[in-house]
Design a protein around this ligand. Structure first.
Ligand SMILES: [Zn+2]
Length: 243
């Protein structure tokens, strides 16, 4: 494992991120034990609070898809494999463009495969992802953080009243203490140049993470160490309608 980690560090560029949680955070996992809450907050093995990398990656993909479509690129429909490039790249002429071919990624008979901008960054069932999103881990020692339980009641949407016997408790991070959650997004060597530009732009559209956002939970601001992007990456992205 140690060797693998060293290998990863030398073969990647990475983006260092901090999410400063402005309100309280509720990234829960139902069915966890060890808490009085119905939906406890997720913790690393050593007790530190965390935001799962998978959740951030999913949000990033969604925001990048919106941006790329807005720039005129044909983008497949994730996350259902049947509507992603691994399938529709075979048949849809809109996807069979030169810049959707991926080097070294060909069928057994030598025909080239086609993968949209998103699949080239985030992957699909036939193409590995070129980025790795770490869990964002809260840097504050868990012993110093009180357990915060937030009561809620299930609402019957049709009758617009509270349901009987449906009181529940969410565990959140402490309120209004600007907890920093840190992690990295690793861009692998064969990751396309435009990936960093899209990811930085997408982060600006992610204002909250976790559940109960409309109840004011999970709102955040980002600190990003390196926002430099080659001008050529933006020029390339602007050319979605070409081809
Ligand atoms: Zn795709």
């Amino acid at each position: 494992m140690v060797q693998l980690r060293e290998l990863l560090q030398t073969s990647q560029n990475s983006l260092s991120l901090t999410a400063l949680i402005d309100s309280a955070l509720c990234v829960g996992a139902g069915g966890s034990t060890g808490s009085l809450a119905d939906k406890p907050i997720i913790r690393a093995a050593d007790g530190h609070l965390l935001i799962p990398g998978s959740q951030l990656k999913g949000r990033l993909r969604h925001e990048c898809e919106k941006l790329a479509r807005g720039l005129g690129w044909p983008i497949c429909e994730s996350p259902v494999p049947a509507t992603m490039c691994s399938q529709i790249g075979l048949s849809d002429p809109a996807f069979q463009r030169e810049d959707y071919t991926v080097r070294h990624q060909v069928f057994a008979d030598g025909r080239s495969q086609h993968h949209c901008l998103m699949c080239q960054i985030f992957g699909n069932p036939a193409l590995p992802s070129r980025i790795v999103v770490d869990d964002l881990v809260c840097q504050v020692t868990p012993d110093t953080l009180p357990e915060v339980l937030r009561p809620g009641v299930t609402i019957n949407r049709r009758r617009r009243t509270a349901e009987d016997q449906k009181l529940y408790f969410l565990e959140t991070s402490p309120v209004n203490v600007q907890l920093p959650f840190e992690g990295h997004i690793h861009l692998e060597l064969d990751c396309p140049d435009y990936a960093k530009a899209l990811i930085l732009a997408a982060l600006q559209h992610i204002h909250a993470l976790g559940g109960s956002k409309s109840a004011g939970l999970g709102w955040l601001t980002w600190n990003i160490d390196d926002k430099t992007v080659e001008a050529s990456a933006w020029e390339y992205l602007a050319g979605g309608n070409a081809a």
